[in-house]
Design a protein around this ligand. Structure first.
Ligand SMILES: C[S@@+](CC[C@H](N)C(=O)[O-])C[C@H]1O[C@@H](n2cnc3c(N)ncnc32)[C@H](O)[C@@H]1O
Length: 329
């Protein structure tokens, strides 16, 4: 049975026009029932809808903003900003090295939600003054709220309504947090391809580490920290849908990109690792990045390191298949 997230089903955007499409409550309830998730179906059945059974868009927007506000608190507790900067700071150091320490750079957060990461980076100045900060999201209500918060906080960053598969903003580095598991099948590789085909020098996407503990950990955290049943439901569904290291590395193996995993399963403590990134960098950035990472560069591995013996607990056959797809160009 597929694990579905309610938030993916109750907000639907036309990928071409970006317009919000009407969603019938009964259709979503049926899909969730068919997927064998009666609890999720009950959550949706309780949402307000008009006489035509179309979900009330304003109520859905309020709900999504509420759930994302709770998600922001979780991100604060998990110190998501600091974790990203552990990798992004050396990455920008490597980029500055290549660029001769000149120029302005741009970080674009894809699927930025309420913009916690971009706002945190803007408020801490963690990446230095010459990195412009932009968030992009498909959900117009979240973009508007992220922008409102940034203005209220007096932050130097902006938010744009747009689709990850038709990127509205060029970037030096694309990042995301908690977004990869929403893209299934060929869409995952298409997501990386869109960035590889752009002028970007790198991408760095953080998502839930697909450990056996992830669904239990997600249940405990979301139970303790989130009040709305939708947030609790989707938090656990996300952990169940997290992509394996093999899937991520295979999907990030796209032309022009050197795919790397930071702290893959076998190298990390499953009790401490909740989020970890898959990176794609232009091949000439690898040496400067490893130098900038110092000792931590041991945590950065490509497919070939994992096939050669591999970390404990890895699936050698899957890694071999991944490595055989031809990594960097
Ligand atoms: C789980 S939320 C994560 C939000 C935020 N990054 C965070 O960590 O709090 C996933 C986000 O991805 C956005 N999203 C999903 N598909 C997208 C797409 N094709 N393009 C842009 N954003 C997308 C959703 O609207 C949602 O805000």
């Amino acid at each position: 049975m597929p694990h579905l997230e309610i938030s993916d089903l109750i907000t639907v955007t036309d990928p071409l026009s970006g317009a919000r499409l009407p969603v019938r409550r009964g259709d979503v309830v049926r899909r969730l029932d068919e997927a064998g998730d009666p609890r999720a179906a009950r959550i949706v059945a309780a949402l307000p809808a008009g006489p035509d059974d179309v979900l009330d868009p304003l109520a859905v927007d309020r709900l999504m903003i509420g759930v994302h506000t709770e998600l922001q608190r979780l991100s604060e507790e998990l110190r998501v900003g600091e974790r990203l900067v552990d990798v992004l700071d050396p990455l920008f150091e490597a980029i500055r090295e290549i660029a001769g320490r000149r120029g302005r750079f741009r970080l674009v957060d894809i699927g930025s939600g309420l913009g916690y990461l971009v706002r945190w980076l803007a408020s801490t100045g963690a990446l230095g003054p010459n990195v412009e900060l932009i968030g992009v999201d498909l959900d117009a209500a979240l973009v508007a709220e992220a922008d409102r918060l940034a203005r209220a906080e007096g932050l130097d960053c902006r938010f744009v309504h747009g689709n990850a598969f038709d990127l509205p903003e060029v970037a030096t580095v694309y990042v995301s947090t908690g977004v990869l598991h929403h893209f299934r099948g060929p869409a995952l590789a298409e997501f990386f391809e869109a960035q590889a085909d752009s002028q970007a020098l790198a991408f760095c996407h953080f998502d839930i580490a697909a450990t056996r503990l992830a669904p239990v950990g997600a249940w405990m955290f979301h139970r303790a920290r989130m009040r709305h049943p939708l947030g609790r439901h989707d938090g656990v569904a996300s952990a169940r849908r997290a992509h394996s290291d093999e899937t991520l590395l295979r999907a990030a193996t796209v032309p022009g990109i050197r795919p790397l995993l930071y702290e893959p399963r076998g190298l990390s403590n499953p009790f401490c690792t909740t989020l970890r990134p898959v990176l794609g960098i232009r091949p000439y950035l690898e040496d400067p990045l490893r130098q900038a990472l110092g000792r931590a560069s041991r945590r950065l591995v490509g497919a070939e390191q994992l096939t050669r013996g591999g970390p404990p607990g890895h699936d050698a056959a899957a890694w071999s298949a991944t490595a055989g797809t031809g990594a960097a160009r």
